[in-house]
Design a protein. Sequence first.
Length: 329
Amino acid sequence: MSKSSGKLNIINRHTYEDFKSADGQRELKTLRSAKYKKKHKKEEQCSLFDFVIVPRKQQKSVNKNKKKRPNLIIARNSFTFQSKRKGKTRLHPKIRITRLKRIIRNFRKLKQQTINQDNVVDHLEEKFGGMFIEQPTKELDNSLSIQLDLLSHAKEPTETSLNNAMSATHQIHSRRFRSYCDNCTTKRLKELTTQLLNDLDRFQKRAYANNEIKARAHPRLVVGFREAQSRLRVNKVKLLLLAPDCEICPAAGGLDDTITELKSLCQQQRVPYCFSLMRRELAYALHKRAQISCVAILDYDGVNETFKQVVHEVNEARQQYKELTATAK
């Protein structure tokens, strides 16, 4: 039995010829779709003019040089805008030393040289028993005088300044509580000052996290002698905190002169100032590693009650200091 279908055998020869003749006469219908909607029914006839290339008119480009910027959606706090610096930038910028720091270093160097001179004299006295000592000491004095001329900032204090310094010092003063202090450091004052600094530091860090540009423009507090001086000159300081254990530097323009200048500025502007926390304690309160000698509070909004308590406690501590110094005389 054959596998081919027997359906083709049903159509006879005559029927096949009729289908064939009708197939040649029928027109093919175009498909009804969007693709063939605009298609011509008649075939297009091509001519030689269709192959002639006509130059197109150049369209004027509007805003040709203007570049399209991408539309970016930046989430808040996810991107920090960095100001573009002009000019050359160094990979390892040079560390700039301030004038006050330079004076302190020069005074330290001079102090170390005087200590070394005393050690040399003692060694010569032990070895030679007072012989041939006058000549080396004179040479050392000459070398020191030359160095003093070079170090113009480290000038010797006059007799009047020495007398004033001697009169200002009392038994209560020491290296941890210098003679420039004019209030006692009570436990209550230390606690209030630490609390005030902690709160203001927390507020300032929160402001930096929200909007760094705005926080830099309106700081709560500043650290350092230079920053405090610049804010005092424009009447921005509400309270000045100074460390009572600053390094001894009686050279011209040194630490002692800077502290006296700050005190006089505060007295002129009637700004309260106090000596409550040591350098280490100030650094600990502000979560800093380096020691801090001066903090200027510019805005105490949010800790008004603590600020009032600090000012009241400072006045009491100053009165207590006056009583102690009066009895010490």
